[in-house]
Design a binder for this molecule. Structure first.
Ligand code: SF4
Length: 374
């Protein structure tokens, strides 16, 4: 479909396109109009155009990383969460520090991840010292691995456990090895939404304030939005604008990751809720790219949207497909090619066949490896 045909289908998209080409910032009404727009290909093209106008190239990034969860025990009971357990549930899991570090070291002996991404539940049975010790132990065991640990919600939880301020908690974690914060826990900032889906969670302002504090301490962080549950289009765009405002102020966000809500094993599944469709996911990626003109990277998170859709998303404004996300089951795999290398090869193929250039990055988006065409 040519752009001339695509853009004439939606007059508002034509107007917004003119703003993008003129380098003008998009506002709340523009964002809502983009979400309402049914010209999907026109929207994708506009997002890709905006990305290129801001200096983006054909490079698409991924990271070789390890996901860890130190505990599944959580007191918060968010209604969208299928991960959390009470300590009495048979499948609840809380790792002893030495065991978790040993597991990571063992995986690293044959899989060269450059980053550990670790988040967990807000367990009432762990104290702040546990968080300091686990950070320090990971740091000492793997001095060259980037430690991306604990959501802003968990940092807030630690203030409750310790009586310290958010700044003091972050300072102590940084002192023992914390490198960056992941972006989880943001959900949707709207108090109305949080009251419905996460009534036990701290306000969105606390998430923002925690990241503001982290940025002030020199910590780079990530940001997210969990979409497609009870939020309105207005609430989605207001969330993006709150992130954009904070980025204007601090410049501390490295990437935005839109996370589609998965209803499986939550109360919403029992109410008949379905997964997002590709249309919603692609729109959200494109609109994120267009609204967040000051956050350099937008991720198409293949784990949640699938690799085929992630390939399409690379033409809708995304320039990162996250990473290898080595998990324990992969650690048990065997074969002549290591699992991580196999996953790296998969990601390289996914990116290349989408017409883009794969770049293996570190957490700060420095190039670690490029891949010649076969
Ligand atoms: S705080 Fe996190 S782990 Fe706990 S219930 Fe909410 S989403 Fe799940």
């Amino acid at each position: 479909m040519s752009m001339a045909i695509a853009t004439t289908r939606n007059a508002e998209l034509v107007e917004i396109r003119a703003k993008v080409l003129a380098g003008e910032r998009l506002d709340l009404d523009d964002g809502i109009a983009l979400l309402e727009c049914d010209d999907l290909l026109g929207l994708g093209d506009l997002a890709d155009t905006a990305r290129r106008l801001r200096g983006g190239s054909d490079d698409v990034f991924f990271v070789n990383n390890l996901y860890l969860n130190h505990t599944t025990v959580c007191r918060v009971k968010c209604k969208f969460c299928a991960f959390a357990r009470t300590s009495k549930q048979a499948d609840a899991e809380t790792w002893e520090i030495d065991d978790l570090v040993a597991k990571a070291v063992k995986i690293r002996s044959h899989q060269e991840f450059s980053e550990i991404h670790m988040v967990g539940g807000e367990s009432p049975h762990l104290d702040f010292q546990y968080y300091l010790d686990i950070t320090q132990s990971l740091r000492e065991a793997m001095p060259d691995v980037h430690l991306k640990l604990f959501t802003a919600s968990e940092i807030h939880h630690m203030t409750k456990l310790s009586g310290l301020t958010h700044r003091e908690v972050l300072e102590q974690l940084i002192a023992v090895g914390l490198d960056t914060l992941p972006g989880g826990g943001a959900e949707v900032f709207s108090p109305r939404v949080r009251k419905i889906i996460a009534p036990g969670k701290e306000p969105g302002q606390t998430w923002l304030e925690t990241h503001r504090t982290a940025h002030g301490l020199g910590l780079k962080t990530h940001c997210t939005m969990l979409y497609a549950h009870v939020e309105t289009f207005e609430e989605r765009i207001e969330h993006l604008l709150a992130l954009r405002d904070l980025q204007d102020e601090t410049g501390g966000f490295m990437a935005f990751i839109p996370l589609p809500f998965h209803p499986e094993n939550t109360v919403f599944e029992r109410r008949g809720w379905k997964f997002t469709t590709g249309m919603d996911d692609l729109k959200m990626i494109a609109v994120s790219r267009l609204m967040l003109d000051n956050i350099e990277h937008v991720k198409a998170y293949w784990i949640m949207i699938s690799t085929p859709l992630a390939q399409v998303a690379l033409h809708f404004g995304a320039n990162d497909i996250q990473g290898t996300v080595v998990e324990e089951k992969i650690a048990h795999a065997a074969g002549a090619v290591t699992p991580t290398e196999a996953k790296v090869a998969d990601l390289v193929r996914v990116i290349r066949e989408a017409g883009r250039r794969p770049v293996q990055r570190d957490t700060f988006y420095r190039t670690l490896r490029t891949f010649d065409a076969p």
